[in-house]
Design a protein around this ligand. Structure first.
Ligand code: ATP
Length: 308
């Protein structure tokens, strides 16, 4: 515990968080980018979603550049239309794993398959069309609220945008803004509250209307009312999609159809909340114990490789 107050350690964490924020912003931008042809194999074909967007990670290994392995023989299936929660200590490789789905990075070993097809062989653009991403830090630009929502799908109609905002529990507060949907947002939505920014970002994912939703659940606490509003928005966004969520909240985890527990780049446990709560000595139970049984599930020990 004393370690948690070590200033050097705190700084190191801050650095990691900053890098992650940059990666998050890049990932949103690149997922939404219409023409990412770099890295397509010759003859790459458009992806076909014919089983609802099942995602299979098959013996995945990954390292950043020439660095150490960050993922090691990761295998599991995120079933179509279901929610799979990924949990584990900081540095376990959760964000890296989900960034393989839109091919933000390609694995150094193994394959990611969507509906049975290796995504290395499909056109990135078509792949990313099937994916919506909601990050921890909502990323908004200095256009109007409508522009920010339409960015997810340029041909979305006003009616579709409004419908998405209603589902994301954002329509009412948008109407209270000075110019409603045409209200310009300050830099990164500076004139909105944290919970409102999150709901805009969730509404944007709904505008995209993709079968696969990648979600990096926020760890920062909101007040209870905003929290409930955001939760309601997320529930709409998650319905009937294949959801892969980096989960921190016990409520999200308990509701997930499957939980994958990661540590130091490996899957160490998997199953339902009931299955995993039963294994007393497992990491899952220990993570739960750290959280005091309520609210959030996390520990503050950085699980960097070689440190254990
Ligand atoms: P957290 O819960 O803190 O978000 P995580 O489980 O998502 O952590 P990752 O962010 O995937 O873990 O990081 C796994 C490992 O890869 C860590 O050791 C991290 O420092 C390293 N890492 C992450 N991003 C990069 C990068 N862009 N370049 C080099 N190393 C990276």
């Amino acid at each position: 515990l004393l370690l948690a107050y070590d200033p050097a350690r705190k700084l190191a964490r801050l650095q990691i968080n900053l890098e992650r924020a940059v990666v998050n912003a890049r990932m949103i931008y690149e997922i939404l980018d219409e023409e990412p042809t770099q890295g397509d194999k010759p003859g790459a074909t458009d992806i076909k979603i014919d089983r609802g967007g099942e995602i299979e990670f098959r013996n995945i290994g990954f390292a950043y550049g020439s660095g150490e392995k960050v993922l090691d023989d990761v295998s599991f299936i995120a079933e179509a239309g279901k929610t799979t929660a990924i949990v584990g200590p900081s540095g376990a490789g959760k964000s890296t794993l989900i960034s393989l789905v839109p091919r933000f990075y390609d694995p150094t070993a193994g394959q990611v398959l969507i509906d049975g097809v290796d995504i290395a062989s499909v056109a990135k653009r078509s792949l990313r069309h099937q994916i919506a991403y909601v990050s921890q830090q909502p990323w908004l630009f200095e256009g109007t609220i409508r522009d920010n929502l339409r960015y997810a799908r340029p041909d979305a109609t006003d009616a579709e945008i409004e419908q998405a905002a209603r589902l994301a529990n954002a329509h009412d507060f948008i109407l209270t803004q000075p110019q409603g949907y045409d209200t310009p947002l300050g830099e990164n939505g500076a004139n909105l509250s944290g919970g409102q920014r999150q709901r805009i970002s969730i509404a944007r994912a709904l505008v995209r209307d993709a079968p696969i939703l990648l979600l990096d659940e926020a760890t920062s606490a909101l007040d209870n009312e905003s929290e409930a509003a955001v939760q309601k928005a997320l529930d709409s966004a998650m319905r009937d999609r294949t959801v892969l969520v980096i989960a921190h909240r016990l409520s999200t985890i308990a509701k997930a159809d499957k939980i994958i527990v990661m540590q130091a780049g490996k899957v160490v446990e998997s199953g339902s909340h009931a299955d995993l709560s039963g294994t007393r000595d497992g990491l899952y139970s220990r993570l739960q114990a750290y959280s005091g049984g309520g609210g959030e599930i996390h520990d503050d020990t950085t699980d960097r490789q070689g440190e254990e």
